[in-house]
Design a protein around this ligand. Structure first.
Ligand SMILES: *Cc1c(COP(=O)(O)O)cnc(C)c1O
Length: 220
């Protein structure tokens, strides 16, 4: 997204630190926005306040990183309409949301760029690694270029950019493909766990649960 030094990126405060670290890697500054009570994700009202504040101070907001934390979709329509109003692209941290839906649409189909994680503690695992999902060919090619040492198109080992070795191994990818077959089963197991916890802990009135909001109607 062209994020660099002196830029700012909005993130949600209630998340795993890996949502925010890439902003720092780029030399930019994360602006943390607090959550709302329905989904525990980024609050649309606070997002708009933050955007207005940063713009009024002359800051360059390059992107919004929105998170579907615990696989619970954030308020997609509200957040995306604000992002559109101010023309700021959204990067979706869907690390925990593979298989999640918002209004019958999968959580990796709304915006420009998404990540899912295949780390050992996620909904499926490839032992490690993850995927970047986009419908923009140029972004895809740039990501592959950077993740494979950014070698120039030449027969020699010429590198005009600094790249990374961020590709996934084929062995990991093979494990991930096998896991994909079990995705539905894992999701239903997690739903069963939720019901179990809710039932067993219902006598404690200090414990509240994150229920799926009605506007998040899911096909599962
Ligand atoms: C796990 C996780 C990440 C990072 O994924 P890795 O594949 O472990 O790098 C990022 N964001 C969230 C919300 C996560 O849960």
């Amino acid at each position: 997204m062209g994020v660099g030094k002196n830029d700012e990126v909005i993130c949600q405060s209630n998340t795993f630190i890996a949502s925010v670290n890439p902003v720092i890697y780029q030399g930019a500054t994360p602006i943390l926005v607090d959550s709302e009570a329905d989904t525990w994700n980024m609050c649309p009202e606070l997002l708009e306040i933050a955007i207005k504040d940063r713009i009024s101070k002359g800051e360059k907001l390059k992107a919004i990183i929105a998170v579907h934390l615990y696989g619970m979709p954030y308020k997609v329509e509200a957040i995306h309409s604000i992002a559109k109003k101010y023309d700021i692209p959204i990067i979706e941290d869907s690390a925990e949301a593979l298989g999640s839906s918002y209004k019958e649409r999968k959580c990796v189909t709304f915006g420009d760029l998404y990540i899912v994680s295949f780390n050992g503690n996620k909904i499926i695992t490839a032992s490690g690694g993850g995927a970047l999902i986009t419908k923009h060919k140029a972004l895809k090619e740039k990501a592959i270029f950077l993740s494979t040492h950014a070698k120039d198109k030449s027969v020699d080992y010429l590198h005009s950019n600094i790249g990374y070795n961020y590709r996934m191994s084929n062995i990991s990818a093979g494990i991930g493909r096998g896991q994909m077959l079990a995705l539905d089963k894992y999701i239903s197991t997690r739903r069963q766990n939720y019901v179990l916890y809710k039932e067993r802990l219902k006598e404690f009135d200090t414990i509240r649960f994150l229920d799926e909001p009605k506007h998040h109607f899911s096909s599962r």
